[in-house]
Design a protein around this ligand. Structure first.
Ligand code: BTN
Length: 264
């Protein structure tokens, strides 16, 4: 990754400070330190590789040099946009920006596995990690971390994953320019961020929702939470499931893992 060249392109976007690295532990951890030092809103941390990338539910996230995109976007509460009420929409916003960019730029069909995994043909190509920080009940800042498997070597063959993964280049069938792709994803992120409080975001999320009308299970680290048919995403980002008793239940993302139930 040519840091100067990347900075030259990214500086044209309406972001805050740009912090680009060839290697970090985790861009979300770097973002946390920058926030403590008083970084500007909408600042961006990008790394070519991560040595301790963080996934959801305490899992690791692998980012190999030259093969992926790993970045964190720093947001502070803002009137009419990022607020505790819209926090549940942020993971969908990240997934939507990635999913839409892949589909529009590379013509590949994408879906969003609630809350925020981007799938191509049922395989995970990108994941989002939202780290929100609170002081009591006051939201202080949010780090929107996005990891995308771009190159064919992004996913090591000798590591076992809890969900099948894929890379964008393998799905597309030819090389992808990571910088072009990053700029496109950021433009889409900025577009959807402006619409964070609008219902159009939830509609677009629902349009791409994976497993609609299918039976899924929701699991927490403690075990099975519920099984039900996927109905859609609620205005606050909660998943709506219809259970076999005909009840409608709403789930907020937290530590939940969603799986398709195959009873064939
Ligand atoms: C998941 O699907 O489990 C979420 C993965 C999020 C990975 C990204 S890569 C950039 C940012 N920095 C991290 O340490 N994690 C997120």
């Amino acid at each position: 990754m040519d840091i100067l060249l990347w900075k030259e392109r990214l500086i044209k976007l309406p972001l805050g400070e740009l912090h680009l690295f060839s290697e970090v532990d985790s861009t979300n951890l770097v973002a946390e330190k920058l926030i403590q030092a008083g970084v500007e809103p909408f600042s961006l941390v990008v790394a070519d590789s991560q040595t301790a990338g963080k996934g959801r539910q305490g899992r690791d996230w692998i980012t190999r040099p030259g093969e992926a995109l790993a970045f964190s976007w720093i947001l502070y509460p803002e009137k009419g946009r990022m607020q505790p009420e819209t926090l549940g929409r942020l993971s969908g916003l990240g997934a939507l920006a990635v999913a839409e960019t892949i589909q529009e730029k590379y013509g590949l069909q994408t879906e969003i596995k609630w809350p925020n995994d981007v799938l191509i043909e049922g395989r995970k190509v990108a994941g989002i990690l939202v780290d929100a920080h609170w002081q009591g009940c006051q939201l202080i800042d949010v780090i929107l971390g996005i990891g995308i498997n771009v190159g064919k070597k992004a996913i090591p063959e000798d590591v076992q994953f809890n969900f099948p993964g894929c890379s964008l280049e393998a799905a597309y069938g030819s090389e992808i320019d990571r910088l072009d792709f990053l700029v496109d994803v950021l433009e889409s992120l900025l577009k959807w961020y402006r619409r964070l409080a609008e219902i159009s975001l939830i509609k677009a999320w629902n349009d791409r929702l994976a497993y609609k009308k299918k039976l899924v299970s929701l699991n927490s680290p403690q075990g099975l939470l519920a099984e039900g048919i996927v109905y859609g995403v609620e205005e606050d980002g909660a998943l709506i499931l219809e259970t076999h008793r005909g009840e409608t239940r709403h789930f907020h993302s937290g530590e939940i893992q969603l799986r398709l139930v195959d009873r064939s």
